[in-house]
Design a protein around this ligand. Sequence first.
Ligand code: ZN
Ligand code: ZN
Length: 87
Amino acid sequence: MIEVSCEACGWVAITNQPVNDVWREHEAGCPAVGGAVRHLPDLPPLRRLLPPVNTCRHRPVRRQIAVTPAGVRKYAVMCELCGRFVG
Ligand SMILES: [Zn+2]
Ligand SMILES: [Zn+2]
């Protein structure tokens, strides 16, 4: 299900139909003066919670990120504080 909403009149639709079709239908009948304003979804919450790069004094740690089907462990160096890959 995808949510689409109109900032101009407060209309919200949760649909599993193609969003652009549902939006076009609302756009044609939007009661707001000046017409419909499509609300664009925010970035995923996880990304917004991460601090900006320049405020983090990275503390690199080696983390296991995956194990291949053959049992080989894969590691990546990432920051313990902000979760970014730093190496
Ligand atoms: Zn509207
Ligand atoms: Zn960091």
